[in-house]
Design a protein around this ligand. Sequence first.
Ligand SMILES: [Zn+2]
Length: 62
Amino acid sequence: MARNVAHVVEADYSLKTYRCLRCGQVFTKEEQERLPGVRCPYCGFRIVEKVRLPVPKRVKAL
Ligand SMILES: [Zn+2]
């Protein structure tokens, strides 16, 4: 059960990542939600883009 939860969190994290178009910092949706509106938590710039970080590859144990 625990393994399944960890997998979901990991996949979810990879889909909710943003990058500031001004300073280039990458941050998660969770970090961004601490501030009102959509803006970079580092410099306050309001234009960010969604980015998809590569999902960590799992070594298949056969
Ligand atoms: Zn920024």
